[in-house]
Ligand binder design. Structure first.
Ligand SMILES: NC(=O)c1ccc[n+]([C@@H]2O[C@H](COP(=O)([O-])OP(=O)(O)OC[C@H]3O[C@@H](n4cnc5c(N)ncnc54)[C@H](O)[C@@H]3O)[C@@H](O)[C@H]2O)c1
Ligand SMILES: [Zn+2]
Length: 345
């Protein structure tokens, strides 16, 4: 097992990579605790869960809503949760985002921890303290910054994951490598087969390195004023794509990264050979790299992105593999570029 610690002003969060769900009870503080999870986890792992009250929420982006929070609060009241109750979110990014948000605002905030059960949430979603729900088709519009006390990343649980969901998780690892770590990128180029075959040490290394990268960024800039924006590489486009299609987050991020890489090339920052390497690596993980998009629709959706600041948008671009920077582009310029990019193939 490997541990990564995130220390921010408010809290210290421990991420336990290679720890097992069966050991969860060792991490719970004395006193009451309540689990928030979904049906899939209950079905596969119900008999391994500690004997605690369980709140079951729905699955998919459609469940990441204020209505779901409402139902969770009803259940917490029913179970007489009070300020000393500890909340455990067990699931993928959706359960962690919602459970973390519920815990962070119920009675002005309860202590909480996660068992992160998808590759995407182990390497990214459950780490970093961003919690929230979607609102009126806009992703993560309502939420909070609040760090869980611990995150158990049990890679053995990935065996029951739908293969499409499993592969989608690699998009966020490619992202971490592309923005921060050229040697991790190279490692992925050389070891993607072992990773896809769920080789234990390979997966553990990839999860550990991504978490380490995310932790170092979050420690510098928890509230996303500068450095943390780099973690949004590919995401401004991805959020628009998720809004317009029913793609998985990781799939949309894959296409979003390709658009951002091509944009970096078009603006003269990134070499064409690097764009080809990114495309090939994503293809190796069977991730989508292009989509027939209507540029007008993409722009209109992006304009409503909450990261918009005035008439310009902060785009994360690459200078080379392993080095990202933020670049302000105004919508008019982006519109022109997107017209070219969408006709790229
Ligand atoms: N807060 C953040 O910083 C952050 C970062 C990245 C992504 N996210 C969010 O994460 C969400 C996506 O998360 P996700 O990709 O984990 O999807 P998900 O939470 O929807 O999980 C995918 C599916 O797999 C099932 N599942 C989960 N673990 C399983 C297991 N071990 N075995 C069998 N089935 C299992 C779930 O029930 C669900 O049906 C998005 O809403 C995205 O916005 C948040
Ligand atoms: Zn993401």
């Amino acid at each position: 097992m490997k541990t990564v610690t995130i220390s921010t002003d408010a809290k210290t969060s421990r991420i336990l990579i290679g720890e097992r769900l069966g050991n969860l009870k060792n991490y719970l503080p004395p006193g009451r605790a309540i689990i928030i999870t979904d049906e899939n986890i209950l079905e596969y792992y119900g008999d391994v869960l500690p004997d605690l009250p369980v709140v079951v929420m729905g699955q998919g982006e459609k469940s990441k809503t204020l209505e779901t929070l409402h139902d969770i609060f009803d259940k917490l009241l029913e179970y007489e949760a009070d300020r000393s109750t500890f909340i455990i979110g067990i699931g993928g990014g959706i359960v962690c985002d919602v459970a973390g948000f519920a815990a962070s605002i119920y009675m002005r905030g309860l202590r909480f921890g996660f068992v992160s059960t998808t590759l995407l949430s182990q390497v990214d979603a459950s780490v970093g303290g961003k919690n929230g729900v979607n609102f009126r088709r806009y992703k993560n519009m309502i939420g909070s910054f609040s760090q869980p006390e611990f995150i158990i990343c049990d890679d053995q649980m990935l065996a029951t994951l739908d293969p499409v969901e499993f592969r989608a998780g690699f998009a966020e690892i490619v992202k971490a490598a592309a923005i921060r770590d050229a040697s991790l990128f190279e490692y992925m180029e050389n070891n993607f087969k072992a990773a896809l075959e769920m080789d234990g040490p390979t997966l553990e290394k990839l999860i550990y390195e991504s978490v380490r990268i995310k932790a170092s960024v979050v420690e510098k800039d928890e509230k996303e004023k500068g450095e943390r924006r780099k973690l949004n590489f590919g995401h401004t486009f991805a959020h628009a794509i998720e809004n317009l299609t029913d793609m998985l987050h990781g799939e949309a991020v894959s296409i979003g990264m390709m658009l951002a890489a091509r944009l970096s090339e078009k603006l003269g920052f990134l070499e064409g050979t690097a764009v080809i390497r990114i495309e090939q690596l994503l293809r190796n993980f069977a991730l989508p790299v292009s989509l027939n998009l209507d540029p007008d629709q993409v722009i209109n959706t992006m304009k409503k992105d909450k990261k918009r600041e005035g008439d310009a948008i902060h785009m994360v671009l690459l200078d080379r593999i392993g080095y990202a920077f933020t670049h302000e582009i105004d919508y008019k310029q982006l519109e022109g570029l997107l017209y070219d990019l969408c006709q790229y193939r």
